[in-house]
Design a protein around this ligand. Sequence first.
Ligand SMILES: [Zn+2]
Length: 233
Amino acid sequence: MLLTERDPCGLSGAFQPCWRGDHDSGRWAEGGFVLLDVGDGALRDLLSANADLKQLRGIALSHGHFDHLGGLHTVLGFLRMIGYSVELPIAYPTGCLEAEGLLDNFQRLYPEPPFTIKRLLLRDGDKAALDSFTLTSYEVNHSGSTAAGVLDPIPALGYRLELGGWSLAYSGDSGPCENLTKLCTGADVAIIEATWADETPFRGQRRVHLTRSEAEGYGSLAKEYRLIHSQAG
Ligand SMILES: [Zn+2]
């Protein structure tokens, strides 16, 4: 679901926080918006929120886990259907094989869509432009896990999104790390994952997610914050 300036907590269960322009304040240009991750159900939520997909200015993927980019093919297919016709920047961590594979497949299936995709492969500290939005990358601390246990670390980024002197920090998925402090400090709004309740038995999984208390600690570094993926309580 869309995040708006007045309702930055308006997230659904799917993992696709995004930000859009505010016509009343004029703070964001022409109602343009970007997507920060595109989880399964992203298109459903965007259409439910009456989003004008032709105003999409870019997509930033934090990492390649299915719950963060599983809806990308659907969004791209919808853009093709409605005749989206400008260059679409898609940012993701260098080495994110899932993003590469998904985009390769989409472009193999549809070699001549009405729009072009500009891939932005990012590393820690890189800046990129999503139209008039500025994106800054912060490497974070994340690994996947399966029934077999915690896997090796993967390329994962948090992002600072800025426009017109206003800024949003987005953690993506991360265990505790110094870069989350840098990312969140001074941001106007921080959107931080808090997947684990404080009483979660970690069993060494410290590089996978944040607890609620940890997320609140990072959030307190911003002017305001919202927790996502959080447990009740
Ligand atoms: Zn993840």
